[in-house]
Structure formats: C-alpha cells, structure tokens
Design a protein around this ligand. Structure first.
Ligand code: SF4
Ligand code: SF4
Length: 373
C-alpha cells in the first residue's frame, strides 16, 4: 500500500527532545502535549531506538498506546547502524522497539541517519531485504531512511533502492546552502526521484528560534505576532513535495506555537522570503558551531562530557559576546568535573555526529574560554 499523501499531517511531533524532570521524561507534560497535538488533527509521532537511551520509545507506550486508539496515530521509529554488531542485532533491536512502544507495528520505519560511514553496515546485515520481509509480515507499513550526507550519495542510494517510499532530510533555511548539510541540493535529489520528504531539524535544533535583537526585529517588523521559530516552519512548509515537518518539541509553549503556525499555515510571501534571505546571510556571518543538539555523541563519550550543552554556552558567547550568563551555565553543567578540557580526543563523538562537526577542536576552543578563566 503506497503512502496516502493526502492523509499525512504537515506537522509531525518529534519525540527526540522531550521535557524532563531530573533526567526522567516528564510524562504528564508529554501527555498534555500529545493531546493538544491530536486535538488539532495532527497524528504523526517520530521516535528512534537511541532517543533518550530508549526513554523516547517507552513514552510512546505511556502517552499514546495506553491512552489513545492505535488507529488514531502513526508511529515512526528507526534502526541505528551504530548499534548493529551482528545481523542478529537487527531483529533483536526491532523486537525491543515493539516491546518498548507496545505499538504492535510501525507505520513508518527508517534506517537511521544514513551516511558514507555507516551505509556499509546496513548493506552487510541485509537491512534493506529484512525491512521488506517486515512489510510483508505487516509489522512495518512504510519503509524509508533518514539521511545526513551528500546529494551524490543520496542519488546513489535512491537509485539502488526503488523500494524506499520516503526519505527524511535535514532542511531549514540556514542549511539550504550549507556546504556540509546541503539541504537544498539533497531536497532537489529527492524531488528528482519523486520521493516524498519528511523534514527534520526545520528549526535547526532550536538555533532558528531566537537571534540577537537586530535580526529578530527584522522579522518582527514584518510579523509582530509571529514567533521567530514560526518563520523556520513556514520556510520549509512553503517548499513543494514536503510530506511532513518534524519538530522536536520540548514544552507546551513550543507545541502551542507550532500548532498555531501549522494549523493556520500561510506560505512565505515574496517580501518575507527576501527578508529571510537577508537575515540568513547575517546569521551565517556569525561563526557559531552548527550543533543541532541531537545528543548522538553524548552516551558514548567515555569522559561524560555534555558536548551539545557546552556548545550552546559557547555559541551564546560567539553570538552575543562575553557575558556572565554562559559562564554560570557552563559552571553548573560541569560541576561534576566533566569539563571541555577533560576530552581525551578518542574521536567517538566525531564518528557519530550527523553534522560532521570537528567536536574535538571546538571543545579545545571552548576550554580556552571557559576552563582557563
Ligand atoms: S573525543 Fe572527547 S568529547 Fe569526543 S567522545 Fe572522546 S572524550 Fe568525549
Ligand atoms: S555535536 Fe553533533 S552529535 Fe553531538 S549533539 Fe551536536 S550535532 Fe549531535
């Protein structure tokens, strides 16, 4: 059965950055967010085996499966290449996902974060053929992959795998011409193959939700009542061929703002597009670290360094100049002793970073600013 595009909601609820209280998912708040989202007629939930070390998939069971009829929502989850050591791990992880979520089947199933460095593992363990078997068994309804590499590789994978029904790409206005992420070029490749696109990181992990006052006022002048983040969603939703836009929401406030933007969606006007282009140019001239806070690098760090949080503090200084607040934030963050300077340069983090960031170098720069005061 092919994907019924007319039934796909434009806004998807990304369960990657759920609200938490003392390291545990704040399930009461998640329940309220889920209910508000469903009430507005949206029903696509995106999780992954690795999100929150499994807590995200478990929250699907708590907030959705136990509280809403199964046919009233769709669940997407993903198989991580970097957790596969043998072919048997594929089945083991899938069964764990069924168990954690209690979903019975997955509406959408993805090979997670395909890139040059891990696609060999999906090939070696026959994940493509395995997924087709799961489709026949009715345990997967639709099969695709998320992607973090070049347009050339995307073209090759989509050519070799016509069984792929959709692709999940990182698209946002700041990455449209970014030479590493290549949002715009990857978008064109997916369009050429006529494959529906699910968008991830439309707000770039929150980086497009707040700017320095000069840039914010340029957007506010045109739309005083719209949030800065709403521009990011509207940019993506204004492109052709977009099936669903995932937003990783962490609070009721973000949920309400996104629901407002997407339930009363208005494409960008010419004047707004032009303004966004100028804002983007100015934004990219500030040399910030392009970390999307996906946290893939965190669990495997032998030094327990909170890499994305340190980068957030460092970016605040890069954007706004020296200020005491990022230093206080950093102090609290590293009160357990896991400072940027404790990095032993093992490279684990860089091997899993979908943004291909030079994490070791950035940590060294951050340690100059924060640890040597
Ligand atoms: S290189 Fe540094 S930050 Fe990265 S995983 Fe190793 S110790 Fe952690
Ligand atoms: S450094 Fe890379 S892997 Fe780590 S949180 Fe940022 S984008 Fe994700």
């Amino acid at each position: 059965m092919s994907i019924d595009l007319a039934k796909m909601p434009k806004l998807g609820f990304g369960l990657m950055r759920l609200p938490s209280i003392e390291e545990e998912v704040d399930i009461e708040q998640v329940n309220r967010m889920v209910d508000a989202y469903l009430e507005k007629g949206f029903n696509y939930f995106d999780t992954a085996y690795v999100y929150g070390g499994g807590k995200s998939e478990c929250s699907v069971k708590e907030a959705l499966v136990k509280r809403h009829p199964r046919e009233s929502f769709m669940v997407a989850t993903k198989l991580p290449a970097w957790e596969l050591k043998t072919e048997a791990d594929v089945e083991r992880i899938f069964n764990t996902q069924l168990e954690r979520t209690g979903a019975g089947y997955f509406d959408f199933y993805l090979l997670h974060s395909i890139e040059e460095g891990n696609i060999g593992r999906y090939d070696e363990f026959n994940c493509w053929q395995w997924a087709m078997k799961k489709k026949e068994e009715g345990l997967i309804k639709h099969f695709g992959f998320s992607f973090h590499d070049s347009p050339e590789l995307l073209d090759k994978v989509l050519t070799e795998h016509p069984e792929v029904e959709f692709v999940q790409l990182q698209i946002n206005y700041a990455d449209w011409t970014n030479k590493i992420v290549q949002s715009g070029k990857n978008y064109e490749v997916a369009r050429k193959h006529n494959v529906p696109i699910i968008v991830m990181e439309p707000v770039k992990g929150g980086m497009l939700a707040a700017f320095q006052p000069e840039l914010e006022s340029m957007l506010k002048n045109l739309r005083p009542d719209s949030s800065i983040a709403s521009w990011a969603l509207r940019f993506v939703a204004s492109q052709e061929g977009i099936m669903t836009i995932l937003s990783g929401m962490s609070s009721m406030e973000q949920m309400e703002d996104n629901l407002k933007t997407m339930s009363e969606f208005e494409p960008l006007s010419k004047e707004e597009s032009d303004c966004l282009e100028v804002v983007t140019e100015k934004l990219l001239s500030a040399p910030t670290i392009q970390c999307t806070a996906c946290r893939y690098c965190v669990d495997g760090c032998p030094q327990g360094i909170k890499i994305p949080d340190i980068f957030r503090a460092f970016n605040t200084i890069k954007t706004y100049g020296e200020d005491m607040r990022p230093h206080f934030f950093y102090g609290g963050l590293t009160s357990d002793g896991h400072t940027a300077s404790t990095c032993i340069q093992c490279g684990q983090c860089e091997s899993v970073c979908p943004q291909h960031l030079e994490i070791i170098n950035y940590l060294s720069e951050a340690s100059e600013v924060f640890d040597k005061r």
